[in-house]
Design a protein around this ligand. Structure first.
Ligand code: HEC
Length: 134
């Protein structure tokens, strides 16, 4: 018993390490998928509904409840349209999702939970593809 326990613990530990690193690899592979032809109605608005509209509903400034409101939204600190079609890096909508947004804006949604890597990639791809109402 005294000597029999150790090998099985070691095997268990190896299996655990293997499954954890296996999972991490899967997550990385998933996030590495290049997203294409991202649909606003099917992919982007549902993300905004889930994470953002509780605070950014229909009020002035940043309203994320539908496509026309989003495209008309101008940030206080961003001081520009938050969606610049064709350039995610120039878009406040994308910038605030990153871990260290510019212009001293806190990462959105404030306090989290934050978007998954794939959700952020979808928004980035949609903006870079022209931010279409598709
Ligand atoms: C819990 C409430 C809350 C949620 C949820 C939330 N926000 Fe915000 N958001 C704020 C507040 C408060 C500010 C103003 C922050 C500041 O200026 O310091 C803000 C500011 C912003 C700004 C503009 C900053 C500026 O002034 O230029 C953008 C863009 C933004 N949010 C996008 C989002 C997006 C996209 C989501 C969803 C992924 C989201 N927010 C979720 C509360 C929230």
């Amino acid at each position: 018993m005294k000597f029999g326990l150790f090998p099985s613990l070691a095997i268990l530990l190896l299996l655990l390490v293997y499954s954890v690193t296996g999972c991490m690899t899967n997550v990385e592979e998933l996030s590495g998928i290049t997203q294409q032809d991202v649909s606003y109605s099917k992919a982007i608005q549902p993300i905004l509904n889930q994470y953002c509209v509780s605070c950014h509903g229909t009020q002035a400034g940043v309203a994320l409840n539908d496509y026309p409101s989003l495209m008309a939204s101008v940030g206080n600190k961003w001081n520009n349209q938050i969606v610049v079609p064709g350039s995610a890096t120039a878009s406040g909508l994308y910038d605030v999702l990153t871990s260290s947004p510019q212009k001293q804006i806190p990462q959105m949604p404030i306090g989290g939970p934050y978007l998954t890597g794939d959700e952020i990639e979808a928004i980035k791809a949609w903006i870079n593809e022209g931010a279409n109402d598709n």
